[in-house]
Structures are given as structure tokens and as C-alpha cells.
Write a protein that binds this ligand. Structure first.
Ligand SMILES: [Mg+2]
Length: 373
């Protein structure tokens, strides 16, 4: 069987957030999905879908930049065997960066490979460690009282892990305010709920050390407290709470540097930020080999990328219970059928035997395509 690629399409995908579900983090407030869906078709008319999640402040990519680089990637991909995933990555890597665009291509290729072999993607990755994946819900930066109230509601819905956003509000961080936020949430939800405090690089090293020393007795993990890897290492050396690298871990090289310099205890795995399944498997394998922990998380992504993340989560289930629920905030669901379903804070595939990612999309939500043949 050949799986020669004959067509590559890239579509902008813009979806608003439900009123009241806007997402406030240290970078500002996010109220819009501005992603790209990549569709790849083989000569046998097997189609795969992937999603790119540009977030300029996070990964330096934009929707326009992904659309532009897909014009360069498409001729490198067309004519190739869809199963030659490492070779396609090598070709795309002749342009450094553009990781989320590469991730969308990679996810679409695994979707094709699964459909061609009639296997779900998690089986291509090693098979199911588990069929259930506990998810986390992320609590936006608000007042301590509002964050505590929402945290209790999410725990009542079944979530056993919460990500508590802290850091800058209108460009300024307040350690006192952030400590109050975390205390209010812990007091409200009690023990037994995993709290991940994420400042999204919103603290200086000095602020981070001061804040973490005041909250680490509340049994928390702390994600990306400061911008640089050196800063992470310094913070980690001065506190006892486990430190998670998110913005600082966007590639295999980043993971290697974190391991070599002992800059973090845990990495955050987001399939769309590291370049798709092919890179994610390398990073998670390194984590397991070197004793670094990992958790699953999501970018601003729809249930399409969320389902891809679940396939990875199922095959690598040694991470701490987490995995993103960003799509619950969106006014429209891009997935028409299949994929990830969440019940009582736990996600599962709608049909774990569906080949590929096992999703069909609402293509009517897509913007005008760029088509390459
Ligand atoms: Mg994060």
C-alpha cells in the first residue's frame, strides 16, 4: 500500500469564547481561537486532519505566519509517503522554528496512518496504558474569592486537578495578591485536589522565590514561574515545591537542556507546542529515561487537538493527572463526531476503536483555504 500525499490544505479557524469563559492569564485576556487546520489527502483519498495553535506571546507564531509557512511546507510534503513521518519532519526542519505548523502536519499524518492501518493513533504510539485520562480545569486570574468559588464548582463537577493562574494583571504582578489567590483556592477545595500554580512567566526570580516560599506549604506544584531556563533553575534551587517547565519546554532540545541543567522537576507536554506526536514521543521517552516528571496540558485549541493529546496521554500514562479542557470555553465545537468526551473530570475517546484520531470535523466553521496540489 502506498500513501502518497497528493494535496495539502490549510484553513484558518476562528471561534469565539462563550460569554464569561474568556481566559485571563499573565499575558492578558484571550477570548478567541485563531488557529489553523491542516488537511492532508493521499492519492487513495485518505484524509488526515491536524491543528496548529499559534500564540505569538508563547511560541512566536501567528495564524498568518502558519498560513504563510504552509505554502513553503506543502511542496516539501506533496509526493512523499505519508508514513515517512521522520523524513517529512526532516524536510520541514530545513526551516527552523514554526513548530506549531509542523505539529499540525504531524497530527494529520498520524491520522492518515491510523486510517490506512485501521488502528487508532494511540495504538500506533504503543497502545493504551489507560482508557481514562483525568483532566484539569484552569482557573483564570480573578479575585481570590471568585477563583475560590469557581474552583469549588469545578471540583464538584469532578475535576481533581486545577490549574490556578497567577502573575501579571494589567502588566503588574503582586506577590501578596497571588498568595491570597492560592490560599483562597486551597482553603475552599480542601486537601486531595492537585493544585498547579501557573504564573506564565509573570514573576521575576525574586518575586517567584518570595511567592513560592509562602504557598509551598499548601501542597502545590508551580509552573513556569519565570521566563528563562536559568531563572527556573535558580528558583528551583531555592524552593521545595516541584517546578514545571512549560514555556521553557517547546522542543526536544529544550527537554535535553532541562535535564542537563536540572532546571525543572516536571515538564508540561502539549502536543501542538512541541511539533506533534513524533517529537512528543521523543520528549516523553527522555523524561521517563532521566526521571523527569511530565504532565499533559493544552494550548488554545479545539477538541480536534484535544483528541490528539488524549491519544498521546493514553499511550504515556505515567504523567501527573491532567490534560486540558480549553475547548469547553469555546462557543462552538469544531468536532462533529467522535473524539474526546469529558465526564466528571475524566476524558475518554468516544469510540476507542475508531481508526486514526477518530474525529470528523465541522468543516463549515473553517475559513477560506489555501490549497496546494
Ligand atoms: Mg502553562
Amino acid at each position: 500500500m502506498t500513501l502518497r500525499i497528493k494535496k495539502v490544505e490549510a484553513y484558518p479557524l476562528n471561534i469565539g469564547y462563550k460569554p464569561g469563559f474568556e481566559f485571563t492569564v499573565s499575558y492578558g485576556t484571550i477570548s478567541q481561537v485563531s488557529n489553523i487546520v491542516v488537511k492532508i489527502t493521499t492519492e487513495e483519498d485518505i484524509q488526515g486532519l491536524g491543528e496548529a495553535t499559534p500564540l505569538p506571546v508563547f511560541n512566536g507564531e501567528t495564524q498568518e505566519a502558519v498560513m504563510a509557512v504552509m505554502k513553503i511546507f506543502a511542496p516539501l510534503i506533496i509526493g512523499e509517503e505519508a508514513s515517512n513521518i521522520s523524513k517529512i519532519h526532516e524536510k520541514m526542519d530545513t526551516i527552523v522554528g514554526n513548530v506549531c505548523a509542523k505539529g499540525a502536519v504531524d497530527i494529520a499524518l498520524y491520522d492518515i496512518l491510523g486510517k490506512a492501518t485501521k488502528l487508532p493513533v494511540y495504538k500506533l504510539l504503543g497502545g493504551a496504558f489507560a482508557f481514562d485520562a483525568p483532566m484539569h480545569y484552569t482557573i483564570s486570574i480573578k479575585s481570590p474569592e471568585e477563583m475560590a468559588e469557581e474552583s469549588v464548582r469545578r471540583v464538584d463537577e469532578g475535576f481533581r486537578t486545577l490549574e490556578i493562574k497567577v502573575g501579571k494583571v494589567k502588566g503588574r504582578a503582586s506577590v501578596d495578591d497571588d498568595v491570597a489567590r492560592v490560599r483562597a483556592v486551597r482553603d475552599a477545595v480542601g486537601q486531595g485536589v492537585i493544585l498547579i500554580v501557573d504564573s506564565n512567566i509573570g514573576w521575576t526570580v525574586r518575586e517567584a522565590i518570595a511567592a513560592i516560599r509562602r504557598i509551598e506549604g499548601l501542597d502545590v506544584l508551580v509552573e513556569q514561574p519565570v521566563r528563562t531556563m536559568e531563572g527556573l533553575r535558580e528558583v528551583k534551587s531555592k524552593v521545595s515545591a516541584p517546578i514545571i517547565a512549560d514555556e521553557s519546554c517547546q522542543s526536544v532540545d529544550d527537554a535535553a537542556k532541562i535535564i542537563r541543567t536540572e532546571a525543572a522537576d516536571i515538564i508540561s507536554m502539549k502536543i501542538t507546542k512541541v511539533g506533534g506526536f513524533y517529537r512528543a514521543v521523543k520528549i516523553l521517552s527522555m523524561c521517563e529515561a532521566f526521571g523527569l516528571g511530565y504532565r499533559y496540558d493544552n494550548q488554545i485549541q479545539t477538541r480536534l487537538a484535544g483528541t490528539a493529546a488524549l491519544h498521546l496521554n493514553m499511550a504515556f500514562s505515567r504523567g501527573i493527572p491532567s490534560g486540558g479542557t480549553q475547548f469547553l470555553r469555546h462557543s462552538q465545537d469544531f468536532v462533529a463526531q467522535g473524539g474526546l468526551k469529558i465526564e466528571k473530570g475524566v476524558s475518554r475517546l468516544d469510540n476507542p476503536d475508531s481508526p486514526g484520531l477518530g474525529v470528523t470535523a465541522k468543516e463549515e466553521l473553517l475559513g477560506p483555504p489555501a490549497v496546494y496540489t
